[in-house]
Design a protein around this ligand. Structure first.
Ligand code: ASP
Length: 325
């Protein structure tokens, strides 16, 4: 196989600097040497180190677009793509790529590590080699691969700061698990019948925000978050999708925003499970205010999906139809 590996930054290729770990441009050569030394890897690798390597906590939608553009530019020349990325916002980038490469006919894997490659006790090679194995064995599509788990790109959630297993797939069984061999989840054929589409819309940083619900939340807390540039918001609600329905100012603020076309998507801060719109009166008030159900999406996936649909120029009602389909 011809495999294109893009190093965008992140711990996997970091080395110590004056201010702590920072991405290192030498990493591409070091990784290439390790891959070349592995006799049983019969692939042609190209490793591209991005000009500006970042800690992924600096990533913006601009970076998602740049990575997608890079993959699209290389599309014809490679069989599979691996994006090496920091873990902090890896779930967002994987979700963004899964929208931009809908029903991808080639594997696109996003991975990284908890400990840099240069350290003896590092998970870097385990993750890179597992991602390569996923490219070999399966299955077109965009996935996040980490600690032997293959997770659909729009299903992953960063769930641990320091465990090797940093990512979970809270609402869907993982697509694959790698032990000595792969174990695959049954996958519905409907998915593979979709035609592939590459769409890289312009996604404006700041077009989407996150509105946290917390005890004592007041309209003033959200005022700046729902500014005039915002076109979408993820409402991080309680439980099955609830927010305080006794605070009229808060509800009026949501209603006023949805009336001017802001798509507000309700996802639960529980971390797992689904929003059940209208199960409680406190949730019905959100429905009355025009809030859209994000169902069982992670907040990362809901945030990215809003960016993508807004970037495509969709209005509130088209966005609602897609989220609630
Ligand atoms: N702060 C790092 C990053 O997201 C963490 C990591 O890569 O694990 O780039």
């Amino acid at each position: 196989m011809k495999i294109y590996i893009a190093y965008t930054g992140g711990t996997i290729g970091m080395t110590p600097s004056e201010h702590g770990l920072a991405p290192d441009a030498q990493f591409a050569d070091q990784l290439m040497q390790k891959l070349a030394a592995a006799d049983d890897l019969n692939h042609d690798f190209v490793i591209k180190s991005y000009e500006t390597l970042i800690d992924s906590s600096n990533a913006t939608p601009q970076d998602w677009m740049m990575i997608a553009q890079d993959i699209e530019n290389q599309w014809q020349d490679f069989d599979a793509f691996i994006v090496l990325h920091g873990t902090d916002t890896m779930a967002y980038t994987a979700a963004a790529l899964s929208h931009m490469f809908e029903a991808s006919t080639k594997p696109i894997l996003v991975t990284g590590s908890q400990v840099p490659l240069y350290k003896v006790r590092s998970d870097a090679m385990n993750n890179v080699l597992g991602a390569i194995s996923a490219c070999e064995h399966q299955s077109p599509g965009v996935f996040l691969y980490f600690a032997d788990r293959l997770i659909e790109g729009d299903r992953a959630h960063k769930a641990h700061t320091s465990d090797w297993r940093a990512f979970s797939s809270p609402n869907l069984a993982e697509y694959g698990r790698l032990g000595i061999d792969w174990q695959w989840r049954d996958v519905s054929p409907a998915k593979s019948e979709q035609a592939m589409r590459i769409r890289i819309p312009h996604m404006e940083a700041g077009a989407v925000t996150i509105l946290p619900v917390f005890p004592g939340a007041q309209a003033e807390h959200w005022q700046g978050l729902l500014n005039d540039n915002v076109k979408g918001a993820v409402l991080l609600s309680y439980g099955a999708g609830n927010a305080p329905d006794k605070d009229q100012a808060l509800l009026a603020m949501l209603k006023e925003a949805t009336d001017r076309g802001v798509a507000i998507v309700n996802v639960s801060q529980c971390g797992a499970g689904s929003v059940v719109a209208g199960a409680y009166a406190a949730g019905s008030a959100l429905v009355q205010a025009g809030v859209i159900s994000g169902q069982d999406l992670t907040y990362e996936a809901a945030f990215v999906k809003l960016h993508f649909l807004i970037g495509l120029g969709m209005n509130h009602s088209a966005i609602r139809d897609i989220f609630e389909a």
